[in-house]
Write a protein of this length. Structure first.
Length: 164
């Protein structure tokens, strides 16, 4: 397994595991290495620092230092090959795009009430304020308290803006 630092034509940087260098070359040539941020197939290897391992002699010296209590230690199984398929990467890009579209819709269609969200949601629920779609910030505890009171709300994963 080899980890490559990659970069798309849009400048997004990400890391992906490949079985070996030939696997990366074959997938890249077929246009199946995709940016998880934007879905671009124009991906190249980014500069990365090499990982230099210890010499075999140093590793052997270190293993001799191990005391008897660790001789029977359980070691983790070898890592499974990660699912870095083109389908998984496209799926991640589609999710990011959907979350960005959801954010744009909420910002365009709802009133932003900021940290006053719990108070304003209660006022709307108890007909003390005109009914309208709002959004803002609330702590987990505040959101749970609103739900316990029967105030309808939805928590949305707020995707960061991609235009910055």
């Amino acid at each position: 397994m080899i980890l490559y630092a990659l970069q798309c034509a849009e400048g997004h940087q990400f890391d992906t595991w490949f079985r070996n260098g030939d696997a990366y070359d074959a997938l890249a040539a077929a246009g199946e290495v995709l940016c998880p941020h934007c879905g671009s197939a124009q991906v190249t290897k980014a500069p990365m620092a090499p990982r230099i391992g210890k010499s075999r002699a140093a590793a052997a010296d270190k293993s001799r230092e191990t005391d008897a209590s660790t001789e029977n230690a359980v070691t983790p199984a070898p890592a499974q090959e990660p699912a870095a398929t083109a389908e998984a990467i496209v799926g991640a890009a589609e999710i990011r795009q959907a979350l960005a579209a959801l954010r744009a819709h909420v910002e365009a269609s709802f009133d932003y009430v900021g940290e006053r969200f719990p108070e304003e949601a209660r006022r709307i629920h108890y007909n003390e304020s005109p009914a309208r779609p709002i959004y803002g910030e609330a702590t987990r505890a505040e959101a749970e308290a609103l739900e316990e009171e029967g105030v309808a709300l939805r928590r949305i994963p707020w995707a960061p803006r991609t235009d910055s």
